[in-house]
Write a protein of this length. Structure first.
Length: 190
């Protein structure tokens, strides 16, 4: 087993952790939005933050780092045809960066508005219409959809590997094994 395969496995496992964190966080936030009791809202927000802190934030960085290391170990140029390779790694990287930009452009500023609505609800001791409205912020809802769809597209790019570039030699350690003289491949392998 090569180190490149181990890196690829690690990258896939980290990606699974990231997707699990995003799905867990989003499902929990939807439950919190429907809760009529402020105590339940806080309990569910605490659970959502566990997904955010343990899975989403660290796994976002780890999936990027492990993907870059895996590409390097496999000899896959991340700049696509600009570096003599295929364009799916570049497309994945561009999508990943676009998703990451949702944090400073949408999630952080809208999160401050949400925190103000939550503080006002805490002061009243009940779920307020402003808090319910903050939970249904259309900009945040669209950004969450973009985040999930973007991740699905990235996974599809990694699995399907479209945009094949020019043929290039196999990276070291990944050369095809020649058939022994006098043997033939089964018809399914030809």
């Amino acid at each position: 087993m090569s180190i490149a395969l181990i890196a690829k496995l690690l990258h896939v496992l980290v990606g699974i952790g990231l997707v699990a964190g995003i799905v867990g966080r989003d499902v929990t936030l939807r439950r919190a939005a429907r809760a009529g009791d402020l105590g339940a809202v806080h309990a569910l927000l605490d659970v959502a933050m566990v997904f955010e802190r343990i899975f989403v934030r660290p796994m976002s960085f780890l999936v990027l780092a492990s993907g870059l290391v895996t590409a390097w170990l496999q000899g896959t140029p991340i700049l696509g045809t600009l570096a003599g390779g295929t364009n799916w790694p570049l497309a994945s990287l561009v999508l990943f960066i676009a998703i990451a930009l949702l944090v400073p452009l949408v999630f952080l500023p809208r999160g401050r508005r949400f925190e103000a609505a939550l503080a006002a609800a805490d002061a009243r001791g009940s779920v307020t219409p402003e808090l319910s409205e903050a939970f249904r912020d259309p900009m945040v809802e669209r950004a969450r959809v973009v985040e999930v769809v973007g991740l699905v597209v990235i996974v599809a790019l990694m699995v399907l590997k479209p945009f094949r570039g020019p043929a290039r030699p196999h990276p070291p350690g990944h050369e095809p094994v020649p058939a022994r003289p006098g043997t033939s491949l089964p018809s399914a392998c030809r």
